[in-house]
Design a protein. Structure first.
Length: 245
């Protein structure tokens, strides 16, 4: 049975990604910085009939937590086939380039960028043991330089500078990682889940978590002919009216 790790999977899009990967026959580690919350999520999925899931304590900003998660997966399964870097924070709203302090940037980058780098590098040894390793980094169309610079397109606001720039950095990390792994069987892509009704958006949005997860797992399950080093966003071209995400 193939194995997947989803970060920030105790709720929202990550939980739905875990459910759909389980539905596709994978054993799924539900990464959760609060283990109780992850265990509650795993119990909920098991009660729905998805028993091939297990909560794992994983705070992506804590090197010790990352190392412990890696060691546990190494002991239990010995390898990892799919890593979904889903955990993310917004840092609050109305982040102005003129006024938002570097403390906010640092907090957001700790999770959205450095957390992804640390988790990915820690899990690489396990991913390399898979025949077809896949990494999906959950990003956003709000990180698009082209869309944000297009002042005629009011649906792509530039009001979330720490969040937007963190995901732009994530996109560039994705491309660099894929490039360095180009002569291997790895596929590494960044995916926008769409504007999704979760805690993150105050349950505003045009997509359900189920639809968002479908967009993500598509790139976790691609075969050897699939793309690598790309950014995908299917909901956002064109953007839904008044969409801030
Ligand atoms: P959500 O419901 O707020 O879930 C975020 C998840 O990330 C939670 O499980 C949260 O855990 C976890 N998390 C935050 N910091 C963490 C840390 N340091 N270590 C481990 N886990 C951490 O948000 P969502 O909408 O599902 O978002 C998931 C991803 O999609 C994010 O990367 C977000 O940027 C991206 N995205 C969302 C939308 C949207 O419209 N919703 C659009 C584009 C991209 P706790 O429960 O402990 O806080």
């Amino acid at each position: 049975m193939k194995t997947a790790l989803v970060t920030g999977a105790n709720k929202g899009i990550g939980l739905e990604v875990a459910k759909q990967l389980s539905q596709n026959g994978l054993f799924v580690y539900i990464g959760s910085r609060n283990l109780n919350s992850g265990q509650d999520a795993a119990k909920k999925l098991s009660a729905e009939g998805f028993e091939n899931v297990k909560a794992i304590q994983l705070d992506v900003t804590d090197p010790q937590s990352i190392q412990a998660a890696k060691n546990l997966i190494a002991t239990e399964t010995g390898s990892l086939d799919i890593l979904i870097n889903n955990a993310g924070i917004s840092g609050g709203f109305q982040q102005s380039a003129l006024a938002t302090g570097s403390d906010v940037f640092k907090t957001v980058y700790e999770t959205n960028v450095f957390g992804v780098v640390d988790v990915t590098q820690a899990m690489l040894e396990l991913l390399k043991k898979s025949e077809e390793p896949r990494i999906v980094n959950v990003s956003t169309s709000m990180a698009s330089l082209n869309l944000a610079a297009d002042l005629s397109n009011a649906n792509y606001p530039t009001r979330y500078v720490a969040y937007q720039s963190s995901k732009a950095a994530l996109n560039m990390y994705t491309i660099n990682l894929a490039y360095e792994l180009r002569d291997t069987t790895f596929k590494v892509n960044a995916v926008c889940p769409g504007w999704t009704k979760t805690d993150f958006t105050g349950y505003q949005g045009t997509s359900t978590a189920e639809e968002a997860a479908q967009r993500i797992i598509k790139f976790a399950l691609i075969d050897k002919h699939g793309p690598t080093g790309q950014f995908f966003s299917e909901e956002y071209f064109p953007a839904p009216a008044n969409c801030p995400w």
